[in-house]
Design a protein around this ligand. Structure first.
Ligand SMILES: *Cc1c(COP(=O)(O)O)cnc(C)c1O
Length: 822
């Protein structure tokens, strides 16, 4: 068959294909009622066709036998919507909009019909999505491997101020972006037992038998680079029952049991665990993790066998696995198993390959988020893997004993197995021992890992540790979500920033240019109006775009300190009620985010914020001085509107607890000014933008640790008249909405000398910084200058820079370049 000629990129070709897909692929009738989702799908298919051409060309390059590839293993990919991004990267936004306009349709309305691909909790999953965009734009051969959850992140409703979760069946209407690849299905084993035997030459062989097997079916999604011919792959695995499993049960006359067993197998990829930065101790979660690791490694090894046969001598030279946190860290033991049991390598050779191909990224300093799995569970579910982990541990500990003779305490600390009544496998340690690179995600975070959490390992292998500060892709988070500001920037400094964000520095020259300031201000006002519309529609609260838009959106977690933000709102309310309103800056506070369904305090914080909003917004004495809204169902697509319309970005975690943060970067890029602590990437944001353009407050990471000794929040409250009045209003039940005592757990947390998050310790500094921010906002020229300076200084926070660093220090891939004729 001759190849199909390239598809046209002009309006006429697009219009013709649009009709074709609407009428034939989707089988819709133009004379019948029209549904937005069908129109969206028809356009998505037009774009997908054009991506598929480039995708095949990229595969020919990336799957060539001598191409070194990296694989990003992640339990989460928080992709959001794909349509706008595909159109942007293909340079078809204008053309598509024009074609639709001819049909009396609006591109924005069609784009709104797409369900977010919410296959992640928050920052970690969104980072994976931004990485894929940058890798495709830099033309690096990188494949994303993840799970195709039937249900993504739950939808959040607010009922009587409380979070109510609803399943997110995001695939119900079909997903035009994915292609099923049944011919590349893999078999993943669970349970059973190991059988050992020696061959004639005395080599031991292991057979994993009597296992319950599950099929892994890959679904591929194209990941387009920005205006190049690269389209990389995101491969997501769906679990399916094996045929013979059904058949055996069925023949034994147990039809119902056979269907139940089929369900159990397919359950593995039913639902995303909705816990952000905390432990998931459930068996199904370990099944998911192993399923991802095993299917992905088998996929890579199968392709290796096709190209190189049984010669693994160059495997580490041509392959690299990046583990997104410890979630996929079973991969260390699984690669050993596959190389030894399935491909007959010796232990030492397999270990050299494994430790030459694995790289691990840590995402958290919270000890409760460090995954450990009960040895008992491992033994039952993954018996062969546990054997291998024991062997890795024995060899590792003998290395430690050699370096530190007689240091039994150190051996106990560093062991991959935590001893005790219920021994556990320490997954982070398995990842460190099995990897050639261990990185944190911001300078402060990496430093704290080396000095704290992983210090023993840092002493043993200092050269293994490195930092890769996170970023976000400016294609989605500025060019795509903020066309008005992008247009102004491009009109001023050219379009080079879309590929090279450091070019935003050129905006500095315009910081004091009053004509440019006015244009900047007008664009931002328009974005604030769009955000106000969203708030009106979702919360029925009216935001006036003349007011300061003060925003904190992110997962609800104690360490992120939404509670500190809430106390500040109560303080503002208290000022209004006592008439202390001189030099008042009207302010609209927006808070949004999901709480893990089992996280009691986080859910109570949501209720608290909603109740404060109800009281403040209904109080005639407040008027336009203060508005408060809790935005339900915070997700990628809403963040696209939020970050473009925010003035003040609240990044107020307890110092030393937020690994990096990436929301902070999206806001900065779009011209918001940060009010923040010296935590995570805030440190580097401050470094770039300078103290004049950042409202810094609060204890440092070292200060937090020092202040823990003798921390006395009651004394702090007593010594601060503002905080005393705020706490009195809480104790008086002003926000209880008739449910007496409902916020006692929050009062108890704030007033406890053991409050790990030190909310009371930073209250004064936060309020003072907010006063500075409010004063700065009243001076429009000053604020606009700060806004411009923030955007101008955000160049370092592109994932293009992050990916270049991963590639330089860890992956060492060659850029693929463009393909002719496309
Ligand atoms: C960027 C982003 C996050 C991460 O936000 P942080 O403030 O860094 O915690 C979480 N969720 C969504 C939907 C995002 O877009």
């Amino acid at each position: 068959m001759p190849p199909v000629p390239p598809l046209g990129m002009d309006a006429a070709s697009l219009a013709e294909d649009f009709h074709h897909h609407y009428e034939l692929t989707l089988g819709r009738d133009c004379r019948r009622p029209v549904y937005a989702y069908d129109l969206y799908q028809a356009l998505a298919l037009c774009l997908r066709d054009r991506l598929v051409e480039r995708w095949k060309a990229t595969l020919a390059l990336s799957e060539a036998p001598d191409t070194r590839c990296a694989y990003y293993l992640s339990m989460e990919f928080l992709m959001g919507r794909a349509l706008g991004n595909a159109a942007l990267n293909l340079d078809l936004t204008e053309t598509a909009a024009a074609v639709l306009r001819d049909h009396g349709l609006q591109l924005e309305a069609l784009a709104e019909a797409e369900h977010d691909a919410g296959l992640g909790n928050g920052g970690l999953g969104r980072l994976a999505a931004c990485f894929l965009d940058s890798c495709a734009t830099l033309q690096l051969p990188v494949v994303g491997y993840g799970l195709r959850y039937e249900y993504g992140m739950f939808r959040q409703h607010i009922v009587d101020g409380e979070q109510v979760e609803e399943p997110d069946h995001w695939l119900r209407d079909g997903n035009p972006w994915e292609l099923e690849r049944p011919e590349r299905a893999r078999r993943v084993q669970f349970g059973g037992r190991c059988e050992f035997h020696r061959d004639a030459r005395g080599r031991q062989h292991v057979r994993w038998i009597d296992s319950h097997d599950v099929l892994a079916i890959p679904y591929d999604t194209p990941v387009p680079g920005y205006r190049n011919t690269t389209v990389n792959t995101l491969r997501l695995w769906k679990a399916a029952a094996t045929d013979e499993f059904d058949f055996n049960e069925f023949n034994a006359g147990r039809y119902s049991e056979s269907v139940a067993a089929k369900n159990a197998a397919e359950n593995i990829t039913t639902v995303l665990y909705p816990n952000d930065a905390s432990e998931n101790g459930k068996e199904l979660r370990l099944r998911q993790q192993y399923f991802l690791a095993s299917a992905s490694l088998q996929d890579v090894l199968a392709r290796w066998r096709d190209n190189h046969g049984s010669d693994f001598s160059r495997f580490a030279e041509l392959n690299c696995f990046q583990l997104n946190d410890t979630h996929p860290s079973c991969a260390v033991a699984e690669l050993m198993r596959l190389l030894i049991d399935e491909h007959q390598l010796e232990w030492d050779q397999a270990w050299t390959i494994t430790t030459g191909t694995m790289a691990y990224t840590n995402h958290t300093l919270l000890p409760e988020a460090l995954e450990r799995w009960p040895v008992e569970l491992f033994k039952r579910l993954l018996p062969r893997l546990l054997d291998i982990i024991y062997e890795i541990n024995a060899r590792f500990l003998s290395q430690v004993a050699e370096r530190w003779p007689g240091d039994a305490e150190r051996l106990r600390r560093m062991s991959l197995i935590e001893e005790g009544d219920w021994p556990q496998v320490r997954m982070a340690y398995l990842a460190i021992v099995g990897s050639f690179s261990v990185n944190g995600v911001a300078a402060l975070h990496s430093q704290l890992l080396q000095q704290g959490l992983f210090n023993d390992f840092y002493q043993l292998w200092p050269q293994r540790f490195n930092n890769k500060t996170n970023g976000v892709t400016q294609r989605r988070w500025l060019a795509g979500c903020n066309p008005a500001l992008s247009g102004l920037i491009t009109a001023t400094i050219g379009a080079g920033w879309v590929r090279n964000l450091s070019q935003l520095q050129q905006l500095r020259a315009y910081g004091d240019d009053s004509e440019f300031q006015q244009r900047w201000h007008r664009v931002r006002q328009e974005n604030k109006r769009r955000l106000a519309e969203l708030v009106q529609a979702e919360c029925a609260v009216t935001f006036d775009s003349a007011a300061l838009f003060d925003v904190q959106v992110k997962r609800i977690h104690e360490y992120k300190r939404q509670l500190l933000n809430a106390l500040h709102i109560v303080h503002l309310y208290d000022r209004i009620k006592r008439g202390a309103v001189d030099d008042w800056t009207p302010r609209c506070v927006l808070i949004g985010g999901k709480a893990a369904p089992g996280y009691f305090i986080a859910k109570r914080i949501i209720k608290f914020i909603n109740n404060i909003a109800a009281v403040v917004n209904a109080d005639a004495a407040v008027g336009d001085r203060l508005k408060v809204a809790f935005l339900p169902n915070y997700r990628v697509s809403t963040m696209e509107t939020i970050c473009a319309g925010t003035d003040l970005s609240a990044q107020i975690s307890t110092a030393g607890k937020e690994a990096s943060g990436t929301g902070n970067m999206k806001f900065m890029m779009n011209g918001a000014v940060t009010i923040g602590t010296l935590d995570g990437a805030n440190v580097e944001i401050l470094e770039e933008v300078g103290e004049d353009n950042f409202f810094l407050f609060g204890l440092t990471a070292a200060g937090v640790e020092a202040a823990r000794q003798g921390y006395d929040p009651q004394a702090l409250i007593a010594a601060d008249a503002d905080l005393s009045r705020v706490m009195q209003r809480l104790r008086d039940g002003e926000f209880d909405s008739g449910e007496a005592g409902i916020f006692d757990p929050l009062i108890a947390a704030i007033t406890s000398p053991h409050d790990p998050w030190m909310v009371a310790a930073d209250f004064r500094a936060f309020v003072d910084a907010q006063v500075c921010a409010a004063a700065a906002y009243r001076d429009r020229a000053r604020w606009t200058r700060m806004s411009i300076m923030n955007s101008a200084a955000s160049g370092r926070f592109s994932t293009d820079r992050t990916m270049e660093e991963y590639n330089r220090d860890i992956w060492r891939l060659r850029s693929m370049g463009d393909v002719d004729g496309l």
